[in-house]
Design a protein around this ligand. Sequence first.
Ligand SMILES: NC(=O)c1ccc[n+]([C@@H]2O[C@H](COP(=O)([O-])OP(=O)(O)OC[C@H]3O[C@@H](n4cnc5c(N)ncnc54)[C@H](O)[C@@H]3O)[C@@H](O)[C@H]2O)c1
Length: 338
Amino acid sequence: MLNVAVIGCGYWGNHLIRNFNSSPNWNVKYIADSDLNQLKKMSVQYKNIIAVEDSNIIFKDNEVEAVVISTPVSSHYELAKKSLLSGKHTWVEKPLTSSSEEAQELIEISKRMNRLLHVDHTFIYTPAVRKIKDLVYNNVLGDILYFDSTRVNLGLFQHDVNVIWDLAPHDISILKYVVGKKPVSVSATGKSFHKYSSNDIPSIAFLTIEFEDGSIAHINVNWISPVKIRQIIMGGSSKMIVFDDMETVSKVKVFDSGVEITQREDIYDVLIQYRTGDMYSPAIKNFEALAFECTHFYDCIVNNIESETNGESGLYVVKILEAADKSLAEKGKPVFFD
Ligand SMILES: NC(=O)c1ccc[n+]([C@@H]2O[C@H](COP(=O)([O-])OP(=O)(O)OC[C@H]3O[C@@H](n4cnc5c(N)ncnc54)[C@H](O)[C@@H]3O)[C@@H](O)[C@H]2O)c1
């Protein structure tokens, strides 16, 4: 068993504490929150865990092997830096940091200190996304042509990040894990309709990412939608997938659909043929992503191996988010990567 501390006892921290606390690999020694009321609420549920307002107590305790940071994005860098420099393996919530420079620095510190830097891209640990990765890896879909995601709901308005930084990390991390292509450019448009902060924070945005092989991804993120939609369509040259995370049973459906263009020698016109074959829903295991991820974090530490969502994957996501912000400021002008 390893000792872990969770910093940030809000909405997501609650799920993290529950999962770490019920894992046979982990002993949650501390929970921390700078908001005393939040801390008190959580410590009522977990009477055996030490609750602290000042997270420096955790960094100074040599018995703590790992720290989980589940605070707002703007505080990830400072806390993760302190954690790594104090020799703790560090789990940081998505997105890793507010800038790629900060992410790069954390990666360097983790290497220098020989400590694991793990980013909580939770979707990568879901059975559905792991099944989709298998299908792509086994070439069931053929060449991936496009990825089209809709991630919309009503709220929660965030105060320190816009809707892109809040919701798009999920899709970008899925793209990185499942297809792993190098992005060439990003363009983004978006709007803020409600003034609830000193800055205008867009609550609806559309991102387009182009990849080096000519494939394309579109991500629609929205905090002011009347309905909650969590749907990704992936079009391949052989088959297509629909991943509907709101479905309880058949989350992933594989369609034998496609388009074939043939040019006959004796005619000038091309023939366009549409294929609409069978659809099936592959069997998907049933486990909680966070529980699986807690085990993965432990295994990586004890076996000294890289996490599937390491600092580099966190940096990949942050670079695309940063480019999207730049494009947003220029009304959708594409931002190119070197
Ligand atoms: N992986 C996922 O699917 C997922 C889902 C939701 C949120 N998140 C991420 O989790 C993080 C937290 O989000 P949330 O929705 O739980 O927010 P939240 O506001 O509900 O909770 C954040 C908590 O951190 C505390 N806090 C703030 N600054 C602190 C500091 N410097 N030291 C200690 N405590 C501090 C706050 O008092 C609050 O209780 C964010 O990075 C968010 O992007 C991830």
